[in-house]
Design a protein around this ligand. Structure first.
Ligand code: B12
Ligand code: SF4
Ligand code: SF4
Length: 255
């Protein structure tokens, strides 16, 4: 059964796939998996390589490449959930790739329902590196993860035991936000300011300025780059402008 599921994942366009029993999914900050999907017993985790768009200094080209991967992953998740239900007799649900996220003032919108990095580790697809991202043994750092939960009782694939990160420190030095200074912790506030310049922080700041401005100043605020960037972000979703920790790591599929 496991081999059949993984072969199907590859046929959908995944670069690699692994399976984790939920007992091996250890993610202390995300909710209990049973509250996400009651009856969940395992997860199929798929790895997708990102192309060279992550190297682009043009934020539209970089983000457009990301949107392509996300659309592909979303279609893969739907097909995998259908396969598990139609061909394997399971109940299955797809995990959000990045969003929807629980946006609230307590978790500050940085805690997912299912942590895909911890899911990938549990499914034997990689290990954490100094950049706090998961490095895949063949694909390196430039990889996204997608997952589908099901009630199939499947065992976990063997974990990666090798420490893949070579501790060169390039990701730390290249981070324009200095968000990776402390080991094992990403300073989300710092990262977000740079990686999502039209995110919630910008929107709150903008509307705070707007409500305390007089009508003439309000009209001027509507003709600023900030407002126009926010306009575009509202239909793109999260709009990443930084991929440096990811792209600077020498561990990529070509190394
Ligand atoms: C919210 C979120 C963010 C937030 C918060 C990140 C964070 N601290 O978790 C922000 C906006 C800052 C962010 C930034 C980025 N993100 Co993001 N993000 C997510 C999301 C949606 C949820 C993550 C989450 O729940 N975190 C909360 C909990 C799980 O984190 P935690 O337990 O506290 O773990 C933290 C540390 O303790 C440490 N850690 C935990 N265990 C261990 C173990 C060891 C050994 C080590 C060294 C560290 C470590 O890692 C975390 C870093 O703070 C996931 C998708 C998903 N559903 O998982 C993508 C995801 C993590 N993001 C991803 C990426 C690529 C990025 C960015 C490169 C932005 C971009 N251009 O795409 C940066 C990288 C930032 C970085 N170097 O850490 C990928 C990572 C892929 C990979 N190869 O690992 C994911 C998995 C999306 C996906 N579908 O693939 N992200
Ligand atoms: S995405 Fe950019 S700002 Fe965020 S941690 Fe990585 S390099 Fe730093
Ligand atoms: S850039 Fe160097 S230190 Fe950072 S994750 Fe990659 S190998 Fe590890």
């Amino acid at each position: 059964m496991k081999e059949k599921i993984k072969a199907y994942a590859l046929s959908l366009g995944a670069d690699d796939a692994g399976i984790a029993n939920v007992a091996d999914y250890q993610s202390p900050r995300t909710p209990d998996i049973q509250s996400v999907f009651p009856g969940a017993q395992s997860m199929v985790v798929m790895a997708l390589r990102e192309m060279s768009h992550v190297e682009s200094e043009n934020p539209r080209i970089a983000m457009n490449g990301r949107l392509d991967v996300m659309e592909h992953a979303r279609a893969m998740n739907y097909k995998m959930a259908r396969f598990l239900e139609n061909e394997c007799g399971a109940r299955a649900v797809s995990v959000p790739l990045s969003y929807p996220l629980d946006m609230n003032t307590k978790t500050m919108g940085v805690i997912a329902d299912v942590s895909l990095r911890h899911a990938a580790v549990a499914a034997g697809l990689g290990v954490f590196g100094r950049h706090n991202l998961v490095i895949h043994p063949k694909l390196g750092s430039r990889v996204l993860f997608a997952a589908v939960l099901s009630d199939l009782d499947l065992s976990s694939d063997p974990p990666v035991t090798e420490d893949l990160c070579i501790d060169c420190g390039i990701c730390v030095d290249e981070c324009p936000a200095q968000a990776l200074e402390a080991e094992g912790f990403t300073d989300c506030g710092k990262c977000l300011k740079v990686s999502q310049p039209y995110g919630l922080g910008k929107i709150i700041g903008f509307w705070n300025r707007f409500i305390s401005a007089d009508p003439d100043a309000q009209r001027k605020l509507l003709m600023t780059d900030d407002f126009w960037g926010m306009y575009q972000a509202q239909f793109i979703g999260f709009q990443y402008h930084c991929f440096k920790c990811y792209a600077s790591c020498p561990l990529d599929s070509r190394s």
